[in-house]
Design a protein around this ligand. Structure first.
Ligand code: ATP
Length: 219
């Protein structure tokens, strides 16, 4: 994987977590915040850090932000600063701007001004936690579209020891098991003869409704 350059503007709880994770994955991260203390605290984890008020176009220009592949605007509470920063970034020609929104209206404005991806961390995490509480075997999921999801589902005691043929997921539920994560191996595109064991995790693709039925059918 090529090393990309990222910047995170606003190093609060959300921004600092995003920045540290990107750095931990081996990419270059520039952290920007107007608060000196916040910047000092993050300095040890990131490639570069800068103290700047990003509503000032000149400040953003002088740190060379336009050369960065992806900029995350993690300013939340100060909606005006979040919007102004995002406009300046798009005006300066930053290719990918991802911004955190606090409300649907905030998100709508960010989209209108050309932000490439708007995220709602609290709302999305709330939905994720609720889904996992209601379906304890659902470990994680990625929404591919409004209707389609890839989900990681634990193998329950009820189906442990069964082969994929016995489970007959596609005919019974409509969804497909595309991989099996074993404790020390991953079986990609498993065959009908592959056996599910108790510590395995299935990676399943299907519509939300198919995955929901499958999840309920194996308990
Ligand atoms: P979080 O929910 O992520 O913890 P928070 O509630 O602590 O965020 P926010 O107001 O969302 O705080 O701001 C996040 C960070 O963005 C803060 O550290 C703040 O100093 C920084 N910030 C706010 N406005 C600007 C700005 N104009 N330029 C640069 N940094 C800013």
């Amino acid at each position: 994987m090529a090393v990309s350059q990222f910047a995170v503007i606003g190093l609060g709880r959300f921004g600092s977590s995003v920045a540290r994770q990107i750095a931990g994955l081996g990419h270059e991260v520039l952290g920007v915040d107007k608060n000196v203390q916040v910047v000092d605290d993050m300095n040890q984890y990131l490639t570069h850090t800068v103290v700047a008020d990003t509503t000032d176009e000149e400040a953003l220009r002088s740190i060379g932000i336009r050369n960065i592949d992806c900029v995350v605007v993690a300013i939340g509470d100060d909606i005006q600063a979040s919007i102004l920063t995002s406009i300046i970034l798009k005006d300066l020609g930053v290719k990918k701007v991802v911004a955190k929104a606090l409300s649907p209206l905030h998100g709508k404005v960010l989209k209108r001004i050309g932000v490439d991806r708007v995220i709602y961390p609290e709302r999305d995490m709330g939905v994720r936690v609720a889904n996992q509480l209601v379906s304890p075997n659902l470990l994680d999921y990625i929404e591919l579209s409004k209707d389609y999801t890839i989900a990681e589902i634990s193998v329950t005691r009820e189906i442990a020891g069964h082969s994929l043929m016995q489970l007959d997921t596609r005919a019974r539920y409509g969804c497909t098991i595309v991989a099996i994560n074993k404790p020390d191996d991953v079986v990609i595109a498993p065959t009908a003869e592959d056996i599910l064991e108790e510590d395995d995790v299935m990676v399943v693709i299907g519509t939300n409704e198919q995955i929901d039925r499958f999840e309920r059918g194996i308990t």
